[in-house]
Structures are given as structure tokens and as C-alpha cells.
Write a protein that binds this ligand. Structure first.
Ligand SMILES: Cc1cc2nc3c(=O)[nH]c(=O)nc-3n(C[C@H](O)[C@H](O)[C@H](O)COP(=O)(O)O)c2cc1C
Length: 344
């Protein structure tokens, strides 16, 4: 892979190169299962907590929620956790197809049961995108997206039980932005939210590498700092005003916003929303389209209710808010080693 974000002249870059190397085609079945787990863990997931475990048997991979990695303040009902498991499952299913396995997925709240049967290998560009996709928290170029690209993104998100609202008119984008800043202000005034977020920030490369999880400060364009200084500066410098200004710039530079809405507000549908979102994000990556969440409107219950009404959803629950557009790639996030997420 040749891009500056994956330069391997340092520990972080070298780890990324191994983590995000293209799909290998193992000859041995055990190695194939591990390769599928690596692909699954590269999925989007809330705060990069990686709230999953994988139990392997010869023809079944069981994906289980890791409740020790919950984020109870931002995600009190485990909505994001189930979305994250959906994202991981989508990567796994696509990678399995490329390696000659048909994956039959059965959702359950104790585990997602993925049975693997032999099939003709089905290679799709989406599989290569598993290693390229990222949440790109940069400003985009502000240009509209051509209709054919919007149609392809819409097709990619098509999934039973999930609706996609694609908003591209400037007035609509401004409307979403209003809810983003309302939600953002509420979150930054909430000390528990700020403390939970701070716990998942990795302020320097050494901490990011040691943990293999969390939100590395450089990914959002922030400087790296010793942990003690980062902790101190984070609480001092995080302000409603500066964060809202950042959201305004990010949103106004985007070509549009995708809102994902599950048919029902329950774990099974949140899981399906995750699968639809991941497929959408992978398709976007193949088209050179960047994506990033601005989920504040769906994370603060009072704002979510108003946002749902504004969208015309009535009592329906909007699940995810994703902006998209063209822009620079940002550094990539890490994952924990595959061995750490396997149930023994
Ligand atoms: C359910 C869910 C909610 C998320 N919410 C946000 C969010 O509000 N803001 C944000 O910047 N990223 C959000 N993310 C993105 C994650 O932080 C990101 O996927 C994770 O850090 C891994 O990075 P990567 O997707 O670039 O590999 C969310 C991801 C998921 C799956």
C-alpha cells in the first residue's frame, strides 16, 4: 500500500502496514479464520473501543459483544456497540466471500453466529477497501458529488430494515448542522461525557501502540503529547465554541450527509444499520469518497427526538449521521492484535 499515512519508518507506521496489508489467501483453514477476524476488526466502531470477541470453530465464527468495552455515557443503551458489531460482520462476510466461503449470519444478542460454507471465491473491490477505509475527520473540498456517485452510494447502503436519507441540498445540510452543534454543546457541558471520551484518547504514539485501541490524537489533526500533559490540556482546551466551529467547517466542506435509520429501535436493527453503514463506507472508499461521523444529533436523547421530527421520522429513531465528500486522507487508526480478540 503506498500512501504517506502508512509510511513504515516508525513503530506506528510499521504496525499499520502489517495490520492493513492486503487480504492474504491462506492455504490452511485455521489461518483463514484468523484472516477473517483481522478483516472484521478493521471495521468502524465507536471510540475505537473494539467491543467484540471472536470464538472460532471449524465452520463457525461466533462474534460476541465485549461488554467490558462499553461506553455507558455516550452509548447507554448499547446502540453503538451493536452498530459496531454489524460493521465488523459486514467486513467478515465480504472477506469470507473473497476467500471462497459463503457466510450465513444469524443475529442473537448473546452472539452473532456466522456459519461458513464452501463457495466459489467472489472477489469485489469492496474487499480491498476494508484495508483503506477510514473515518476521515478532515475538511473536505466543499464540491457537490456527481449524481452517479450518489446513486452508487445509495445502492451500497441498500439493506432490508434500514433506510438511508441522503441529504445534499445546502439548506438541509445546514439543518443537520444545527442539530450537530446542539448535541455537541450538550455533550461538552456533560463532564461524564468528556471524562469518558478522554479515557479513550491516546495522546501519543507509544500509548496508541501499547493499547492498540482508542482515538489517537494525530488522527484528528491534533499534536501528540505526553499522557500527563494531554490529560491536562484536554480538559483545559476542549471548549463548546472551538468544537462547534470545527463541526461547522467540517459540515460546510462536505458534499452531503447520510442519515441511517433502522426500521425498529432494537439491537437486531442497530446491527443491520451497522452492516449497511459499513457497506456504504467501503463503497465510498472505492470511489475515493471520504466519510466521517457527526453523531451528536443521535447521541443526545433530547436532540435526537427533535432531529427525528425534523427529518419527518415521527417516533422513528435516526441511528447514524455521516458526512461525505472529497478530501485528504488522514492517518489510520490501530487495532488490537487478532490474538487478543479471540476467545480461548
Ligand atoms: C456506532 C459508531 C459511532 C461513531 N461515532 C463517531 C462520532 O460521533 N464521531 C466520530 O468522529 N467518529 C465516530 N465513530 C468512528 C469511530 O471513532 C471510528 O470508527 C474508530 O475510531 C476507528 O477508526 P476508523 O473507522 O478510521 O478505522 C463512530 C463509529 C461507530 C461504528
Amino acid at each position: 500500500m503506498t500512501n504517506t499515512s502508512l509510511a513504515s519508518d516508525d513503530g506506528y507506521g510499521a504496525t499499520l502496514c502489517a495490520l492493513r496489508s492486503p487480504l492474504s489467501e491462506p492455504l490452511e483453514h485455521g489461518a483463514l479464520l484468523l484472516e477473517l477476524v483481522r478483516c472484521a476488526t478493521l471495521a468502524a466502531n465507536g471510540h475505537n473501543t473494539q467491543p467484540w470477541r471472536f470464538e472460532l470453530s471449524p465452520d463457525v465464527i461466533s462474534i460476541q459483544p465485549d461488554l467490558s468495552r462499553r461506553t455507558p455515557v455516550v452509548d447507554p443503551d448499547e446502540h453503538h456497540l451493536w452498530v459496531s458489531l454489524g460493521c465488523a460482520t459486514e467486513n467478515l462476510v465480504l472477506a469470507a466471500a473473497a476467500l471462497g466461503k459463503h457466510a450465513n449470519v444469524v443475529f442473537g444478542t448473546q452472539q452473532v453466529h456466522v456459519a461458513l460454507d464452501n463457495a466459489m471465491p467472489l472477489r469485489s473491490p469492496l474487499v480491498d477497501a476494508i484495508f483503506q477505509r477510514q473515518c476521515t475527520r478532515a475538511e473536505y473540498d466543499g464540491q457537490p458529488m456527481p449524481t452517479d456517485v450518489l446513486q452508487e452510494l445509495t445502492r451500497a447502503a441498500d439493506r432490508r430494515g434500514v433506510r438511508l436519507l441522503l441529504l445534499t441540498e445546502r439548506a438541509k445540510i445546514e439543518g443537520v448542522l444545527d442539530y450537530v452543534t446542539q448535541g455537541n454543546s450538550a455533550q461538552i457541558r456533560n463532564r461524564a461525557f468528556v471524562n469518558e471520551l478522554k479515557n479513550w484518547i491516546r495522546f501519543n504514539e507509544a500509548d496508541a501502540l501499547a493499547a492498540g485501541d482508542g482515538l489517537f490524537s494525530r488522527l484528528t489533526g491534533n499534536p501528540t503529547l505526553p499522557r500527563w500533559l494531554g490529560n491536562m490540556m484536554f480538559s483545559m482546551l476542549l471548549s463548546e465554541k472551538s468544537e462547534n466551529e470545527k463541526c461547522v467547517k467540517q459540515m460546510r466542506s462536505s458534499a452531503g450527509v447520510a442519515v441511517f435509520v433502522g426500521e425498529h429501535a432494537d439491537p437486531a436493527h442497530w446491527f443491520e444499520v451497522g452492516r449497511a453503514y459499513e457497506h456504504f463506507a467501503l463503497a465510498a472508499a472505492t470511489l475515493g469518497v471520504r466519510t466521517a461521523f457527526l453523531n451528536q444529533p443521535v447521541e443526545v436523547p433530547a436532540v435526537r427526538t427533535q432531529f427525528a421530527q425534523w427529518l419527518g421520522l415521527g417516533a422513528g429513531r435516526p441511528d447514524l449521521v455521516v458526512r461525505f465528500g472529497r478530501g485528504p486522507r488522514m492517518p489510520y487508526s490501530l487495532r488490537r492484535p487478532v490474538a487478543e480478540v479471540i476467545v480461548r
